[in-house]
Design a protein around this ligand. Sequence first.
Ligand code: ADP
Ligand code: MG
Length: 686
Amino acid sequence: MRPSLLNPLFAEVEVLRGVGAANARPLHRLGLTRVVDLLFHLPVTWIDRVRVEQLDASDAGRMVIATVTPVDYRQGGPRGPFRVHATDADGNYVSLTFFRNPAFARKQLPLGEPRVVVGKLETYGQELQIVHPDGIYPPGAAPVLPAREPVYGLTEGVTNARMGGLARIAIERAPPLPEWIEPSLLAQRGWPAWLDALRGAHADPADAAARLRLAYDEVFANQLALTLVRASARRRRGRALAGDGRLRAKLSLPYQLTGAQARTVREIEGDLQQDAPMLRLLQGDVGSGKTMVALMAILTAVEAGAQAALLAPTEILARQHFATLQRQLSGVGVNLAILTGREKGRSRDGVLMGLADGSIHILVGTHAIFQEAVRYRDLGLAVVDEQHKFGVAQRMLLAAKAERPPHLLVMTATPIPRTLTLSHFGEMDVSRLDEMPPGRQPVETRVVSLDRLDEVIAGLGRHIDKGGQAFWVCPLVEESETGDQAAAEARAAALRLRFGPDKVGVVHGRMRGPEKDAVMDAFAAGRMAVLVATIVIEVGVDVPNATLMIIEGAERFGLAQLHQLRGRVGRGEGSSVCLLLRGSALGEVTRTRLALMRETSDGFRIAEEDLKLRGAGEILGVRQSGEAKFRLASPEQVDELIDVATDDARLLIDRDGGLEGARGQAARLLLYLMERDAAVALLRSG
Ligand code: ADP
Ligand code: MG
């Protein structure tokens, strides 16, 4: 239960004076439903006002307070702006410009009478102008304006002044809280106490110490929660799995493990031999060979007498993993099964029985494999593939499912920048496959305007004539529910007209499973030359003979996504090409992004860039929730603070694992305040 000290903060905004059902609505639209949301809705920027005696172009761009006298009105055409020409005491001109409501302007700015005008000074050709002044006052009546005004994120129905007022009322309700930050850190950084930091951040958005302290609170809470997850998971006894190598010896590998694969396999073996459950994140770029590492881990578990499960994010990928494993394990003498939402009736019952009696050693599937009805005789290892949507809450659930928690290996599809790894997977140890299998040819990447579609299709024709295969990816169409499907169908229809109906297949998210399989199978077997697809092929699909990737509307994808898609080609012998088809009117940023794709195939570099340009959600594939992870800390602040916060969280848990001491108690409050309190439950039960 949340400590009662915090209750005033978690009350609905309607408890604040002056806030009722009607005027709370715009606040709700901004996601501000509780007092704490107002507290944490920090100003996004500020405006500094300067009092100027003489109007001068050197002040252009600044918010000025100036006394001027209107001398002339000009109406610029029937629909043009209304301008009031005015002069300062020295006779310098400024044009006060109104695009609407000239009558108001005339009334507020009578000719010949001095007025105090507040607004942003700009240059307009040779002239100085202020468009729609923020304030116009008779000289004696001008209010005392603070030199710096915070600017809040707003929506229709709530003004900046009101938002500032609400923040002040919310702060009045906030209790002082005991300090959870390590005293020496606080002193060294010169950070204010929590409540002072809140006051400071709202009163003066440029107060860097206040902002940074609040950012730290949030990052620290996050790392503390992850550390608690780790501590609690590791406290529960799992089962030590020491493989004897007998199954692995029967694998006939067509290649040698890369150095990175071999190293990672050793790290995993080391973890499995402990009875504290493994929590390991395996990062490797597309094509780095994560599946083989997973297979080694799985066989190790089975050698030790346990069962293993491999979770894939999509049906297609689950089936592909199943097929690959079946092939690789044919002479090994283990029992493999698949379970997805599609297995029903008898075949599903058969799998459930085999899992319960232990006759099935390895299960591959989608989320269905962790449903309530699925009972394992002895699940020793769970591998989660390409599944960054598998959040910390789900990882906690998985650990809780088994009587003895299984060892856990999570494999990410995209290289994840270090900061994100720490903030999203901070409870895990990390292995990196930083070496590609030999013989990989870099994929030649070209950015081509959609205007040249005819040439692209002609090129595709030549590629097919030579026996090549190609992917053609269509973007999601956000505006309409079925738009992406329609776009893919339309593209496929056009290509069929050109190349013949049998040459072109299409898969999209709205197709039924068996239909999708049939198309994928035909493509993988080479019976089909072009696979038109929506983003469903993003992860994992392996068709080495496909050496041409065409991505339509490339500017609409994230870089990490483009990198994933491009990783679908360049897997076989031949050299591969990726064409990024772009729209015609692109902004500077978009051009730069696409150019980066041409320039590098380094997944980590691409991910770093995407993090800067589009935020965490893009890389982690959790657009909204990933973005929402931090609301006080900017990405730059997370970057700056994460190491200290991680160390500090670990130190605190080492010293006071139950969070019982004075600082521990304060840290509990912080977890509730930052709504990371699921971790507190772990404390109690642990
Ligand atoms: P990802 O890391 O993207 O999941 P995969 O496991 O699908 O990569 O491997 C990509 C391709 O590389 C597969 O065709 C696989 O058989 C092959 N591969 C994996 N390891 C090696 C290796 N050590 N040497 C050569 N090829 C390898
Ligand atoms: Mg893979």
